[in-house]
Design a protein around this ligand. Structure first.
Ligand SMILES: [Cu+2]
Length: 186
C-alpha cells in the first residue's frame, strides 16, 4: 500500500487491525509526521497573520502621527503669523486712558510700580528732579530721556498681559543699576 500519497484524513480511515505489524508501524509513523506538519503550517499561518496585523497597526500609528503633526504645524504657523504679521497678542482696547505722574531721582522711580489693564492706553508724565535719567521699558519699545526739570511724556498701549520691568537707561551714579521698577498689565 502506497501511504505516502494519502492525506491524514484518508490514513485515519484505514482499518489498521487487518494490517501486518510492519505496515501498521509505518502508517503510525506517517500519521505522526503529517500531524506535526499540520501543526507547523498552522503556526506559520498565525505568525504571518500577526505580522500583517503588526504592519497594519504601524501604518495606522504613522498615519495618525502624520495627521497630528500637520495640524500642530498649521496651528503653530497660524499663531505666529497673525493677520497683520506683528500683533503680539489678541487684545481689545478698553477705551480707557490711564495717566500717571512719576518722579525720577537718584536712585529710584516714584512710584516704582504702575498697574494697568490690558487694552488701556497709558500716559506717563515723568520728571527728573536731580540729574539726567532715562526711562526704558524694553518690552514696549520705550526709551525716554529724562532731562532735569522737564516733563517727559511717554505714551503706549498695553497690548500684552504680564509684568514688564522698566529701568533707568542713563548712567546716573553709584545706584544706577538699582534704579528700576515694573509695569504690571492685568
Ligand atoms: Cu541711571
Amino acid at each position: 500500500m502506497e501511504i505516502d500519497n494519502l492525506s491524514l484524513d484518508e490514513l485515519k480511515k484505514i482499518d489498521t487491525t487487518t494490517l501486518p505489524e510492519r505496515e501498521r508501524k509505518l502508517l503510525k509513523k506517517r500519521k505522526k509526521f503529517l500531524k506535526k506538519q499540520n501543526r507547523r503550517e498552522e503556526d506559520n499561518r498565525v505568525i504571518i497573520n500577526n505580522e500583517e496585523k503588526r504592519k497594519k497597526k504601524t501604518f495606522i500609528t504613522y498615519s495618525i502621527i502624520l495627521v497630528v503633526s500637520l495640524f500642530a504645524g498649521y496651528f503653530l504657523y497660524s499663531t505666529v503669523k497673525s493677520p497683520t504679521g506683528n500683533v503680539v497678542e489678541n487684545f481689545e482696547l478698553t477705551g480707557e486712558t490711564k495717566e500717571f505722574t512719576m518722579t525720577a531721582r537718584q536712585w529710584k522711580f516714584i512710584p516704582n510700580t504702575i498697574t494697568i489693564d490690558q487694552g488701556d492706553k497709558v500716559i506717563l508724565n515723568i520728571k527728573s528732579v536731580d540729574v539726567t535719567h532715562g526711562f526704558a521699558v524694553p518690552q514696549f519699545g520705550i526709551d525716554a530721556r529724562l532731562i532735569p526739570g522737564k516733563n517727559a511724556r511717554v505714551e503706549f498701549v498695553a497690548d500684552k498681559k504680564g509684568s514688564f520691568p522698566f529701568v533707568c537707561s542713563v548712567v546716573c551714579g553709584a545706584g544706577h543699576s538699582g534704579m528700576r521698577g515694573k509695569i504690571v498689565v492685568e
